[in-house]
Design a protein around this ligand. Structure first.
Ligand code: ADP
Ligand code: MG
Length: 629
């Protein structure tokens, strides 16, 4: 199955999932919300209206003066409001959370989604995109934003309610009011401490998880190596150990959370019972059942609300932490995945402009890899060379926009950040030092998978250009799995892919370093031909390749030290000239040794590289020189 079909299936699955959510969960919850919460609110209002009838104070409310009478009116209102608030609270929890889950898979753009995306700092253009097209970190970030929004609006309901209940309870009975208030404060302190410990556990979990993920990627990417070294069992054990360690941190956190909740609930229940007995005694003493009920309701309402507030607040604290960490961890991923514009060059020339570009790896400590790079690249073969660690691969990553640095890179004048998602990938054929392929598919299947336009004829041509055709019979081409080929053959399969794709930009990161001379030369020759109407960028240390490139860029310590044509750089003292000199065996003709400078002088004006011609010409010049001296 090709990439397009695969992604279509993926999107289809997500859509189905969304419809499932919409049809079932959301609908069900809507009904539940209206039936349950509606009934609750109605009965509460009824209760609130009926209750004053049992209260001595409120019966007299209309006839007695303000003071106590006002309380009689306040109480039913408070009781009714409480139910309404609890209903809204339920709404916040069930409806919005469920709705969000559905929206995550949505291809629609409801207001709620837009709002949360704004809150999550997702760039404006990307706010309109369906969630499936956003990066995981963006969705994560938006989810945290939603949670924060939900929690904040919940607080907006809970705080006034808690305060008014507290005032009511304290006015009706200072002793009971203060007891309830004390319980709230104790609960608040417990929540705060819990949130602090959770923060620690979450960080611990995150660190272990990061280790786990990095190791897993390593194993998956280098599975063959793991197998070769016979390390399957120890790698597996280490992964299991890490995941158990992470689970242990979570278990510990959850256990603490449950204990904390149990203490809070226990405390609240005890206070409620105590206050109930107290209020009951007061009611018997005064004969006023209504007031006693009002007291209890206000006190328990206050504790309920305060408990809710401290939980919401603890939750917000944790959510905020997670949000910050997500943003920090996946900042690169976010900036990369969220780019979304409407600029689509109609036909790509492959002109790349790099302006004031710097890049620092977000490692610990941060690792500057490139500083202030300025380059303009177009059709032709550009070689990038320089010592190991000088930033060559980093520069290629920036060009592919798999990493984003400071400064600006444009393709045909359009900043990479504004290209539609997936556009750049369609323009660049890339071959890395380490070949990349589907190990368990055949050579043919691998080649067919790179382009929907690939056919037997174009594949044959590409295999020829990659110097792989001679070694592979058509039977092997049909049946040999990639993991049955040699390293050099796998490398050339990747090179064949780059020719097959026929994209305007070709990028090689030292893929021919380990090939034999003949194959190397043939591939190089074909790359030079491709360079006639494509932008070809090659990282290499091969002096013959460097010498025959259209342009040489020499990097060192993350900066461009030299930049020019081979002819120019041969005239300048510098690392490139040193490279040429070092590689040059002194030429011996007629037992006379000709050194670099002299040879260059002799070669001047000679365009062809054909050895025979050079020797002939050299001989002529030499014999002339001999005659002169
Ligand atoms: P080159 O390809 O020229 O050998 P790179 O571009 O791979 O060099 O690396 C440039 C510098 O950045 C090196 O010092 C390297 O150690 C560092 N580097 C490369 N990749 C990472 C990474 N993922 N995290 C941190 N530092 C990195
Ligand atoms: Mg490199």
């Amino acid at each position: 199955m090709d990439e397009k079909a695969e992604s279509q299936t993926f999107v289809k699955t997500l859509k189905e999932l969304y419809h499932f959510y919409k049809q079932n969960l959301l609908k069900e919850n809507k009904k539940k919300f209206f039936v349950l919460n509606g009934a609750m609110a109605a009965s509460s209002i009824l209760c609130g209206i009926c209750m004053p009838l049992t209260s001595k104070w409120s019966i007299n409310a209309l006839t007695t003066a303000i003071g106590k009478g006002a309380l009689g009116i306040t109480f039913p209102l408070a009781a009714a409001t409480e139910r309404v608030i609890r209903s809204i609270d339920g709404f916040m929890d069930t409806y919005i959370d469920t709705a969000w889950d559905s929206f995550t898979f949505s291809t629609e753009r409801p207001l709620a989604l837009k709002k949360t995306r704004q809150a999550a700092n997702i760039p404006e253009a990307a706010q309109k995109k369906p969630s499936v097209e956003l990066s995981q970190s963006a969705n994560q970030s938006a989810t945290y934003a939603t949670r924060l929004l939900t929690r904040t609006s919940n607080l907006a309901f809970q705080i006034p309610y808690a305060v008014s209940s507290a005032v009511l309870a304290t006015v009706l009975h200072p002793g009971i009011g203060v007891t309830a208030l004390g319980t709230c404060i104790a609960n608040g302190i417990l929540t705060y401490r819990n949130a602090q410990s959770n923060k620690k556990s979450n960080e611990e979990f995150r660190q272990i998880n990061k280790k786990y993920a990095a190791r897993q990627v390593d194993v998956v990417e280098h599975y063959q190596r793991v197998k070769n070294l016979g390390r399957e069992t120890p790698e597996n054990e280490e992964l299991t150990r890490l995941s158990l360690e992470a689970q242990a941190v979570l278990d510990k956190r959850n256990k603490r959370f449950r204990l904390n909740r149990a203490i809070q609930l226990g405390l609240t229940t005890l206070s409620n019972i105590g206050i109930g007995i107290w209020a009951g005694a007061e009611a018997i003493n005064s004969g006023d059942i209504g007031t006693a009920m009002a007291l209890m309701s206000a006190a328990s309402g206050m504790m309920f609300s305060a408990g809710r507030i401290s939980n919401i607040w603890g939750n917000m604290k944790e959510t905020l932490d997670s949000w910050r960490n997500t943003e920090k961890d996946l900042q690169y991923d976010k900036s990369h995945d969220l780019t979304y514009g409407d600029i689509t060059p109609s036909k790509v020339q492959g002109k790349i402009e790099i302006k004031n570009v710097s890049y620092t790896y977000p490692a610990e400590p941060p690792k500057p890899a490139l500083t202030d790079i300025n380059l303009s690249l177009g059709n032709g073969v550009t070689v990038i060379t320089g010592p190991s660690g000088s930033g060559k691969s980093t520069l290629l990553k920036l060009l592919q926009h798999t990493r984003e640095g400071d400064g600006n890179i444009t393709l045909d004048g359009v900043p990479l950040t504004q290209l539609p998602k997936g556009f750049l990938e369609q323009q660049i054929a890339i071959v890395n030092q380490r070949p990349d392929f589907f190990s368990h598919r055949t050579l043919k299947e691998n080649l067919m998978s790179v382009s929907s336009l690939a056919n037997t004829h174009s594949i044959k041509k590409a295999l020829h250009k990659a110097a792989l055709d001679g070694e592979i019979s058509s039977e092997e081409y049909e049946n040999k799995k990639m993991n049955e080929l040699s390293g050099g053959q796998q490398q050339r399969e990747n090179i064949a892919e780059s020719f097959l794709q026929n994209k305007p930009i070709i990028i090689y990161d030292e893929p021919t370093a380990n090939l034999d001379e003949n194959n190397k030369r043939r591939i190089w020759h074909n790359l030079q031909r491709a360079g006639k109407d494509k932008t070809v960028i090659v990282v290499t240390h091969d002096v013959r390749e460097i010498e025959s490139a259209d342009r040489i860029i020499y990097l060192e310590g993350g900066a461009i030290i030299q930049d020019g044509t081979p002819e120019n750089l041969k005239q300048q003292n510098g690392p490139v000239l040193d490279l040429f000199k070092a590689s040059q065996k002194p030429l011996k003709i007629n037992s006379q040794v000709i050194q670099w400078e002299e040879k260059q002088k002799l070669l001047q004006g000679l365009k062809s590289h054909k050895k025979r011609l050079i020797r002939k010409r050299l001989n002529e010049v030499l014999s002339g020189q001999k005659g002169n001296s």
